[in-house]
Design a binder for this molecule. Structure first.
Ligand SMILES: Nc1ncnc2c1ncn2[C@@H]1O[C@H](COP(=O)(O)OP(=O)(O)O)[C@@H](O)[C@H]1O
Ligand SMILES: [Mg+2]
Length: 376
């Protein structure tokens, strides 16, 4: 019966015409099952008075009954096949998505991607969102120098962490370690007090919504791109699109949410792709959200709108916002500035400004830039 589930939304949408069509097909099936010579013989017998109409009626009813039963069986079998193939398609998509998430950084840099697998995990399905990082030092290969050194963070459920720092300072690496896309040293990352290597990968990745730095879209409809990780109803797809401030632009396309993107369809701007990618993470309704510089290509006012929308969405969820722009992280409970893999400065926005270090300098620069843009 499980394989019928993916068909439910489709059936609901076209129920009337579907039932009519099925009945008609069954009737055709049934008629086809009556052997023609039998029909001929029955007509002859009837003409010669060998068969009474009543007997013929009974005879016909039996044949049609049998035919309908066969047709029903055949129909259910066919539906089962369609349902199973839909399910297979969805499983494959999810698998592909996870693979692509793992691939995207190394793929472009031509770097090796390790195969990470579960090893005797503890059976848990959900996470509360308490993230603890203890003395985390990480190198991509033994012979390379560490990309992250001595990182310590305690993020309580519902809190937000802002991460900033130059390109190459280790921000993306930190995010990818939280998703266990690379081998994580034992006793360095904990979720709800449980070592990350003891948590089933499936649980970990289902509970974390991750928006990667480089977003990618499938050659599919816009709604398919947002909701492809599951069978989401249209309302939820629209809700996620609104939160990501992309709903209006989607509706401006002649085919709206059914617009095909990619090779065979329309081309989206970098900022539009990023927002689709955000919507894709939000619709999962995860306990933990990690945004990896995913607002870099949207303009300042759209960024502000998305951040405003996210405020209520994020309440109660643990989130990590990685960004070059101070405007995206200034309201976080804690902010860290990474420099060559080390936490160089930490505190909240006010504390960091008071300190007058890199963060304060970045903030002044960005304010200046913004004002120049406004004047221009
Ligand atoms: N798969 C990899 N293998 C080896 N080195 C890598 C890999 N991915 C990133 N690095 C290196 O790790 C450092 C930190 O990169 P990254 O975490 O992407 O920084 P950021 O996101 O802050 O720009 C960089 O020097 C980068 O070249
Ligand atoms: Mg990065």
């Amino acid at each position: 019966m499980k394989s019928f589930k993916p068909l439910v939304p489709f059936l609901k949408r076209h129920l009337g015409s579907y039932v009519l069509g099925v009945l008609f097909l069954m009737l055709v099936d049934a008629i086809q099952l009556i052997p023609p010579h039998l029909l001929g013989k029955a007509t002859d017998d009837l003409k010669n008075g060998l068969m009474t109409p009543k007997l013929l009626g009974l005879y016909a009813a039996a044949i049609i009954g049998l035919a309908l039963a066969v047709a029903c069986g055949r129909f259910l079998w066919r539906m089962n096949l369609i349902g199973a193939s839909r399910k297979l398609e969805m499983d494959l998509r999810n698998h592909l998505f996870n693979k692509l998430l793992e691939l995207s950084p190394g793929y472009y840099d031509n770097k090796e991607i390790p195969e990470i697998q579960d090893e005797d995990p503890i059976k848990i399905n959900s996470l509360e969102g308490h993230i603890t990082i203890k003395n985390l030092t990480f190198r991509y290969k033994k012979e390379l120098k560490p990309v992250l050194s001595d990182i310590n963070i305690d993020l309580k459920p519902g809190q937000t962490l802002g991460v900033t720092g130059r390109t190459g300072s280790g921000k993306t690496t930190l995010a990818r370690l939280l998703l266990r896309q690379y081998p994580v040293p034992t006793n360095s990352i904990f979720f709800d007090g449980i070592g990350i290597n003891d948590i089933p990968l499936k649980t970990l990745r289902e509970n974390i919504g991750f928006v990667p730095q480089d977003s990618f879209l499938f050659s599919d409809t816009l709604s398919g791109n947002i909701g492809f990780a599951g069978n989401f109803p249209d309302e939820e797809i629209i809700k996620a699109a609104k939160l990501s401030a992309i709903d209006k632009e989607i509706r401006d396309f002649p085919k709206g949410y059914s617009t095909i993107v990619g090779e065979r369809g329309v081309t989206l701007s970098g900022g539009q792709k990023q927002r689709i990618s955000i919507a894709r993470a939000l619709i999962k309704n995860p306990r933990i959200l990690i945004l990896d510089d995913c607002l870099s290509a949207v303009d300042a006012s759209t960024e502000e709108k998305i951040l405003m929308n996210l405020k209520s969405y994020l309440s109660g969820r643990t989130s990590i916002i990685i960004s070059h722009r101070i405007s995206a992280i200034k309201d976080c409970d804690e902010i860290i500035v990474l420099e060559q893999g080390k936490i160089f400065e930490r505190g909240n926005h006010e504390q960091l400004l008071e300190k007058g270090g890199i963060y304060a300098q970045m903030y002044r620069h960005q304010l200046l830039e913004e004002n120049l843009l406004k004047e221009a």
